[in-house]
Design a protein around this ligand. Structure first.
Ligand code: NAD
Length: 498
């Protein structure tokens, strides 16, 4: 492998670079071949990235493993300072990172601004988490000094998806480093630059010690082999995976077989429940944001809108009116294009099939449904019933299926009749009624009088059922990326029986 000496000197060139190596042991390293990344905005070539193989993945593991003892032993303030420098670097280069998020992933300008701002906060929250207590002092029947202490896992592999590439890579990386681990990040093949390679630049510019943070990219063809190495390599101590449920199951099975700790954040089919006493304007705002932000390509998207029958007509009419104000088009050409492209043609075909099947089975198209290449106008379907694919399968597109409910019990039963359990939302003027429903929903998260789409760097984020297990955010991330050890010191009070 040769070192690629095309590292951009500035962020402006970062988004224009044509060919990227992997970031291994503090160096940029080429692979034997590359793969192309196309912009979903207009089909133009955005970048070429290294198509790594198992050997290069193993080399990254070796680099992270060599760096782990020193990084894990660094004083906590040194770890915090690195994370704070990365946050500062990101803010200094924000405009270019925003541009890359738009062009590589099809983000709307507002989504890219949110994502970059959030990630700077996230690195700072991770720096703060470095100062959390490192354990507890336990009582001892024998008068011992008895300690429960947390220790790093060593080397952590982070595998991330394309929809919020910078955010979902960063939440694994930042907290794993805060807990004293070294990291290998494998971003999605759809977004290798914003999901990983730009982060590598930020770490390099922040004087990260060599090997503490590594990025390995590969094409979809090579991902089974590279992914297997990054999970199964004996030097890897833990895995953080965010992505689809089928792939997450495979990763968790492999990690389980090898008895490695694993945190898997997977797909969703989240319900937004609108009760008969809801403020309907608030409900419409929550539904539009929840269903259509980033074209519905969010794990927490509102993919089932359960509306009480007494307000369903009025809600639908207001929701349609709001949806007609959302402009669809190339987000790299116009900041006003709130609805950008779907990530690829495979996804468009899947979304179209769900809409067509629902219409054939009796649903009504209230608005949208127009497809032009990768662009799909925001779509509302009413009369959706629980047998339809659009009600059961993850859509990951700008489709809001409305189903009528007659009671709180029916809302809970329908919402829980789901393979997934990520997030949920309940809209009601009665806080106690909405909270009672929130406690009954089988989801990892629930937001009252808000859309299911919520995230804050210090709060416990994660799902149940087919949405995975483990939690990201604040001290829950630190738990996920640590092991607890019991250490005692006997002071002569222990008496042995013989
Ligand atoms: P995906 O599962 O196809 O890919 C996710 C990552 O896994 C990518 O980096 C991919 O290259 C990698 N991968 C694929 N096959 C692999 C293998 N055999 N071994 C190792 N790695 C492999 O998911 P996607 O299409 O990138 O993302 C969309 C999915 O992610 C949706 O289902 C969405 O709900 C889910 N998601 C979940 C969360 C969450 O926090 N729960 C957040 C965002 C997205």
């Amino acid at each position: 492998m040769e070192t690629v000496d095309e590292r951009p000197a500035s962020a402006a060139s970062a988004v224009e670079i044509r060919r990227w190596g992997c970031f291994v042991g503090g160096d940029w390293v080429d692979a034997d071949s590359n793969f192309s990344v196309e912009s979903p905005c207009d089909g133009s070539r955005f970048a070429d990235a290294a198509d790594s193989d198992r050997q290069l993945a193993a080399r990254a593991v070796d680099a992270a493993h060599a760096a782990a003892p020193d990084w894990g032993a660094r004083p906590h303030h040194e770890r915090a300072k690195l994370l704070l420098r990365v946050a500062d670097q990101l803010e200094a280069r924000r405009a270019d990172v925003v541009d890359a998020l738009i062009r590589e992933g099809g983000s709307w300008f507002g989504k890219a601004m949110f994502e970059t701002g959030y990630v700077a906060d996230l690195f700072r929250a991770a720096a703060a988490a470095v100062y959390l207590p490192e354990g507890e002092v336990l009582p001892s029947s024998y008068g011992k000094l008895s300690l429960a202490v947390r220790r790093p896992l060593g080397v952590v592999t982070v595998i991330s998806p394309w929809n919020f590439p910078l955010l979902l890579s960063s939440r694994g990386v930042a907290f794993a480093l805060a807990a004293g681990n070294t990291v290998i990040l494998k971003p999605s093949e759809e977004t290798p630059v914003t999901g990983g390679l730009l982060l590598a630049e930020l770490f390099a510019a922040s004087d990260a010690p060599a090997g503490v943070f590594n990025v390995v990219t590969c094409s979809r063809d090579g991902v089974a082999e590279v992914g297997d190495e990054l999970v199964a390599n004996p030097k890897v101590g833990g895995v953080s995976f965010t992505g689809s449920t089928p792939v997450g199951r495979r990763i968790a099975s492999k990690a389980g077989e090898l008895l490695k700790p694993c945190c898997v954040e997977l797909g969703g089919k989240d319900a937004l429940i609108v009760l008969d006493d809801a403020d309907l304007d608030r409900a419409v705002e929550a539904a539009a944001f929840g269903a259509f932000m980033h074209q519905g390509q969010i794990c927490m998207a509102a993919e089932r809108i359960l509306v009480h029958e007494s307000v369903a007509d009025e809600f639908t009419q207001k929701f349609v009116a709001k949806t007609k104000t959302l402009k669809t088009g190339d987000p790299s050409a116009d900041k006003g294009h709130v609805i950008g492209p779907i990530i690829n043609a495979r996804q468009v075909a899947k979304i179209k099939a769900q809409i067509e099947q629902a219409l054939a089975e009796g649903a009504t198209l209230e608005v949208g449904g127009d497809v032009d290449g990768l662009y799909l106008t925001p779509t509302i379907l009413s009369g959706v019933t629980s047998g339809m694919n659009v009600f059961r399968q993850e859509t990951f597109g700008p489709v809001a299926p409305i189903t009528r409910i007659a009671s709180d019990d029916e809302a809970v039963a329908l919402a829980n009749d789901c393979d997934y359990g990520l997030s949920s939302g309940v809209i009601s003027r009665s806080e106690s009624r909405a909270l009672a429903i929130a406690h009954r929903l089988e989801t990892g998260m629930c937001h009252v009088n808000c859309s299911p789409v919520n995230d804050e760097p210090h709060a416990p984020f994660g799902g149940v059922k087919g949405s995975g297990f483990g939690r990201h955010g604040g001290r829950w991330s630190i738990d996920a990326f640590s092991q607890t050890r019991w250490i005692t010191l006997d002071r002569g009070d222990r008496r042995y029986p013989f």
